[in-house]
Design a binder for this molecule. Structure first.
Ligand code: UDP
Length: 331
């Protein structure tokens, strides 16, 4: 049996490929390299460059690799602010991409898929921690495109028997502990990599977007989870489907919240650098607090995140950023 990883050259995809290869799993990777990095893909995985919406290409990938029985799908755009400006880009790549993929999967008879969903499908939560059964009312096209993917999956399961697990990630941060792969987006918009770029000297200062939120110190509170722990959840989710269980969704988070100021303070402690920061206006579309109730994944999948300490998560990310201040260009 082999697993096809779509978007396996991206941040979370590359960590999952690494983890799978480490466990001796046969891995086939497809990535368009529009945002991913070829150097991030473990050399033991078989790599194809191409777009998941290119059906003749995808048919060939399945044909050349008949051992594939399950797909892990990370190949999507994921920037909230960009999605507000270019919603059609998100619906086209994320939502239409999923439709094209499912058509081919149905044709070739591969009927298991684990895919990246997001906390952004919940919108402004009515309560925290957020449960999987809470209302999903996204407030940006990115979250909407992912919610549409979840809905398309439900009907595809009903009609074609394609079983799915939607994994709704909260905030992902950290890198492989040996510092050999990590987070490299261009442009970078996420809090921790920006903080660490300032620490590494490739960026002048951090801007904190708003300090008048309804939280203890006024800055947004987020729930951070390490990509290795996410990778393990994907592997458990594939096993769960292989055991014949039904489609469902899981939140993936640490169930602990850290404010943006707390992240800055922890990063100063870990790096020993001053990390200059200034207050800036709120960024549109940021809910006050996002914290996952993740007991369902722990109970049902047996998920046991190892990185439960924000300092440890930041240490792994710092090892990557300090040794690769220009990301994969430095490899
Ligand atoms: N943030 C910030 N400055 C930055 C980038 C992000 O203050 O340069 C804040 C952002 O407003 C949010 C938190 O950091 O409150 C996490 O944002 P990020 O983009 O990392 O993840 P998101 O929560 O959007 O998935």
């Amino acid at each position: 049996m082999a697993i096809l990883v779509l978007g396996g050259a991206g941040y979370i995809g590359s960590h999952t490929v690494d983890r799978l290869v480490d466990r001796g799993v046969d891995v086939v990777v497809v990535d368009s390299l529009v945002t991913g990095h070829r150097a991030a893909v473990n050399s033991k995985a078989k790599f194809y460059q191409g777009d998941i919406a290119d059906q003749p290409f995808m048919r060939d990938v399945f044909k050349e690799n008949p051992a594939i029985d399950a797909v892990i799908h990370f190949a999507a755009f994921s920037l909230v602010a960009e999605s507000m400006k270019k919603p059609l880009k998100y619906f086209d790549n994320n939502t239409s991409g999923m439709i094209k993929l499912l058509e081919v999967m149905n044709e070739v008879g591969v009927k298991k898929i684990v895919f990246s969903s997001t906390a952004a499908t919940y919108g402004i939560p009515e309560q925290v921690p957020i449960k999987e059964s809470d209302p999903q009312q996204p407030i940006n096209p990115y979250g909407e495109s992912k919610l549409m993917m979840e809905k398309i999956m439900r009907w595809s399961d009903q009609a074609y028997g394609i079983k799915f697990i939607a994994l709704r990630y909260f905030n992902v941060a950290g890198a492989k502990p040996d510092g050999s792969i990590g987070e490299d987006h261009n442009p970078e918009t996420h809090l921790l990599p920006i903080v660490l770029q300032v620490a590494a000297g490739t960026r002048e200062k951090l801007q904190i977007f708003g300090d008048d939120y309804d939280t203890p110190d006024g800055t947004n509170v987020r729930d951070y989870v390490h990509p290795f722990d996410l990778a393990d959840a994907h592997i458990l989710a594939v096993d769960y489907l292989r055991q014949g269980h039904d489609s469902t969704a899981f939140n993936l988070g640490s169930s602990t919240g850290f404010s943006n100021m707390e992240i800055l303070k922890a990063a100063r402690e870990v790096t020993g650098k001053p990390i200059p920061a200034e207050l800036a206006p709120r960024r549109p579309g940021d809910p006050d607090t996002l914290i996952a109730a993740s007991d369902k994944a722990r109970k049902v999948l047996g998920w046991k995140p190892q990185f439960d300490d924000i300092h440890k998560i930041i240490e792994t990310a710092w090892k990557w950023h300090a040794t690769h201040p220009n990301g994969y260009q430095d490899r």
